[in-house]
Design a protein around this ligand. Structure first.
Ligand SMILES: [Zn+2]
Length: 641
């Protein structure tokens, strides 16, 4: 999964556990005998011909036995790291057996479970419901369809037998497409009749892991192939012109597989589909899968190079997850079905390391220029170095509490509360630190790439999962280079670490400075997300419409009692615009007079004077003379193109 928090919404810049794991161990494995087998699978027909109107109809035949039977709706969806199955989007549920309606009742405790009494002589029940596609789900996007594009996540579309192991429970899916629409998915198409497409029966886990994108306007680009293996980019857009991707941008994406193979040493997937919707209504999202990824981006994502600068790691991040997250996965995050709670403590590896690798791949591929990475890193560092919540909340709490940080930590003061985005941003600093430690200790003969070759194991296995613990990660790192990795992670992840890792910047031959020269990543972020970050100056971030989204503790704005939710009406008597604020800030540097803000909140206007005289302030990295530029080496292309 990818967190898209703007540089400033986090209160900070660019958007966007184990070993000593005492106490709780994962739930017992699933225990029920699966009635749906490869020769007698559950069948699922999703009539998505109405997707453009915001709904679809699912019809299942679920194999059963006479007597009490429980079917369930997926709750813990892999990749979302939270119990975010959109239960409220189920409607018009009907159950029948041999044409006779069957009464159903919801479980009083587990809202995702439904009970029926199966009559004698019945070996399958028909379950039908309407899936509302554009409901109120806060995680994973709340708009899944427009009149021209739709994202079909199968896990929203089916019920299945309770308590089974989803590797051994089979389902045979079909979809009815809107007329004239194309589709893309990692599932195997076995037949097509008119608008109905039938896919091969597969284990439930694989179908749930293979979403389908569809749309009126689409383009499929073969990015890479070798023998029988292919990597595709399947794009679906609200408007046809958004598919006219410049060759230069596509060429960079064609480097994805060669660079990933250089990074990991091998692949596990047979064929890979990077699915991409281009729609302002659907917006940003990224969900990883074994042999595909569900990427969602604004309409001009592939045609406006500024989007590539700001979010060019969207597809590389999800692609990297095929190795790190899908093939290799934390032991306690790996479950036997969608109802068993996932333990998310090790997301500092799963997501934290992946944030670094997704970015690294985007620079190595040339989606973003390797020479730009130092300025990008400066922004990440300055975010984490100016987050008051770090003083009390260690990284391990953010990952352990990830389900709630993802689902509900959307309110005011994100810099004090901290957010799920932090273990991505801080993860990048952490794993760059690991990378530079390995390089320094081995005189650049080894790197994090060496570790990843061991971690991902050179076997073409197809979509299977191999689990790891914190101890195994530390053990593998010790095989690369002996070091007290346990103490390292203890210090940076498991204990309160008031400052983010700093060693990596110096070790890479750079120094962090702040000055008035705009940082290109901050500028692009402000432009694309319509925000204004004054986090390092007055100490607030301004969102769309001029409202403060956060105020930094002990900053000049904080001391003047500014608070999130206030709307800036004027600065020193002028109507607020980003340009007016900048002008006033530069003036104050010379006059040393407080800036007068008129703000409004809940129908009241207030005058607030803020004493800040430091002028514009942006983070940058500058070279330490006479040192090796390790960042250039790390971000340079590694594959033979
Ligand atoms: Zn991710």
């Amino acid at each position: 999964m990818k967190r898209f928090l703007t540089l400033s919404c986090l209160g900070l810049a660019a958007f966007g556990l184990c070993g000593a794991y005492a106490g709780i161990i994962p739930e017992p494995n699933a225990a029920a005998l699966p009635y749906a087998t490869q020769s007698n699978p559950e069948t699922l027909v999703v009539d998505a011909s109405t997707a453009g109107r915001g709904f679809a109809t699912s019809t299942m035949h679920i194999p059963v036995r006479p007597g009490p039977f429980t079917f369930v709706y997926p709750e813990w969806i892999p990749g979302y790291h939270s119990p975010s199955g959109p239960l409220a989007d189920i409607s018009q549920l009907k159950v029948s057996a041999n044409g006779t309606p069957l009464a159903w009742r919801r479980d009083k405790v587990d809202m995702y479970a439904f009970h029926v009494d199966v009559p004698h002589g019945v070996d399958s029940i028909k379950v039908q419901f309407t899936v509302l596609l554009n409901g109120g789900q806060s995680v994973g996007g709340n708009v899944m369809s427009t009149p021209n594009v739709a994202v079909i996540s199968w896990t929203r579309m089916f019920f299945y037998q309770n308590d089974i192991n989803y590797h051994h429970y089979y389902i045979k899916p079909s979809i009815i497409l809107p007329k004239g629409w194309g589709y893309g998915t990692a599932l195997t198409t076995v037949s097509r009749v008119g608008q109905r497409v039938n896919f091969a029966e597969e284990p439930l886990t694989y179908v749930g892991d293979s979403p389908l994108d569809m749309g009126r306007y689409y383009k499929k680009v073969l990015l890479w192939h070798q023998g029988n293996a292919h990597q595709w980019l399947d794009m679906f857009a609200d408007a046809p012109q958004d598919l006219d991707v410049p060759a230069k941008i596509l060429d960079a994406y064609k480097n994805m597989t060669p660079e990933a193979l250089a990074l990991y040493g091998s692949r596990h997937w047979y064929n890979y589909h990077a699915l991409l919707t281009l729609s302002n209504k659907i917006g940003f999202e990224g969900i990883e899968h074994h042999q595909s990824s569900d990427n969602r981006a604004p309409a001009t994502f592939m045609t406006n190079p500024k989007w590539q600068l700001v979010a060019g790691d969207l597809i590389t991040h999800e692609f990297s997850h095929s190795w790190n997250g899908k093939y290799r996965r934390p032991w306690d995050l790996t479950t036997d079905n969608y109802q068993i709670p996932q333990r998310t403590d090790l997301l500092w590896v799963y997501e934290g390391m992946n944030q670094y690798l997704g970015d690294l791949l985007s620079f190595r591929c040339g989606i973003r220029k390797p020479s730009e990475y130092p300025q990008y890193l400066a922004v990440l560092y300055s975010q984490m170095a100016h987050e008051p919540g770090r003083d009390t909340t260690p990284l391990i709490d953010l990952t352990t509490g990830a389900p709630y940080y993802y689902m509900t930590a959307n309110g005011q003061y994100p810099s004090i509360r901290r957010t799920a985005g932090d273990f991505y941003t801080e993860g990048e600093l952490l794993w760059l630190d690991v990378d530079t430690i390995i390089r320094a200790k081995t005189h650049d003969r080894k790197s994090l790439d060496t570790f990843l070759h061991l971690y991902s194991e050179p076997k073409l296995t197809g979509p299977i999962t191999k689990t790891y613990t914190r101890a195994e990660i530390e053990h593998l790192l010790n095989e690369v280079v002996p070091y007290n990795w346990h103490a390292f992670f203890q210090r940076h992840v498991y204990e309160v670490a008031k400052l983010p890792p700093t060693g990596e910047i110096k070790r890479a031959g750079w120094r962090l400075v702040y000055n008035s020269k705009p940082n290109p990543f901050v500028v692009a972020d402000e432009q694309m997300f319509h925000v204004n970050s004054q986090w390092l100056t007055y100490g607030f971030d301004i969102g769309r419409g001029g409202k403060l989204t956060d105020v930094r503790e002990w900053s000049p704005a904080w001391k003047a009692a500014m608070a999130p939710g206030m709307k800036i009406e004027s600065v020193d008597g002028q109507r607020y615009t980003p340009a007016a604020l900048k002008y006033v800030m530069v003036q104050a540097e010379h006059t040393r007079q407080p800036t007068t803000f008129i703000v409004s909140k809940d129908g009241w206007f207030h005058t607030i004077e803020v004493s800040y005289f430091g002028g514009p302030r942006y983070p940058h990295l500058v070279r330490i003379p006479g040192t090796v530029n390790l960042l250039a080496k790390i971000m340079a292309p590694h594959a033979k193109h």
